[in-house]
Design a binder for this molecule. Structure first.
Ligand SMILES: [Zn+2]
Length: 154
């Protein structure tokens, strides 16, 4: 039978198939090299690399939702929601104030008011989104940490 050595690549045309048979080129025992070969982790290939399929994403999303539903910090989380709304209202008011001020004035002043209003609006909206994401991330981290700790002690 034909046996190709996994260590040196030598093709042995007259291999017997014996478990203790060694490669005539490098002396490696075929069965040992094969065992070592299957035990070592392969470099990532298209087949064995872990991909995030849509189903997996949904699973993660569902887990996050469940985690948030069972949160240890429900008051904090609802407070985050309220603060987010407040910032967004401020953003809307800033844009509105800019538009109204622009309406009442003329020329460069009108343009400046509009620009300032839009700038403040975007600024408040960004603050709203960033503070909400950071706050929720902190709550998620704390919840996840407690879950992990509980699982380790169980
Ligand atoms: Zn060999």
């Amino acid at each position: 039978m034909k046996k190709t050595c996994l260590k040196c690549g030598h093709a042995n045309e007259s291999a017997t198939g014996d478990p203790a048979e060694a490669c005539p080129s490098c002396g490696a025992i075929y069965s040992r090299v094969e065992a070592a070969w299957s035990a070592t982790p392969r470099p990532a290939t298209a087949n064995n690399v872990r991909t995030f399929s849509p189903e997996r994403d949904e699973l993660v999303e569902a887990f996050a939702e469940r985690l948030r539903g069972e949160s240890l910090y429900p008051v904090f989380r609802s407070l985050v929601g309220v603060i987010y709304v407040v910032w967004m209202v401020l953003a809307a008011l800033a844009v509105l104030a800019g538009v109204v001020a622009a309406w009442k004035s003329s020329g460069a002043a009108a343009f400046g008011s509009l620009l300032l209003g839009v700038f403040l609006g975007v600024f408040f909206a960004v603050i709203a989104k960033v503070t909400r994401e950071v706050s929720l991330m902190l709550a998620d981290l704390s919840d996840a940490a407690v879950h992990i700790a509980a699982r380790v002690r169980a």
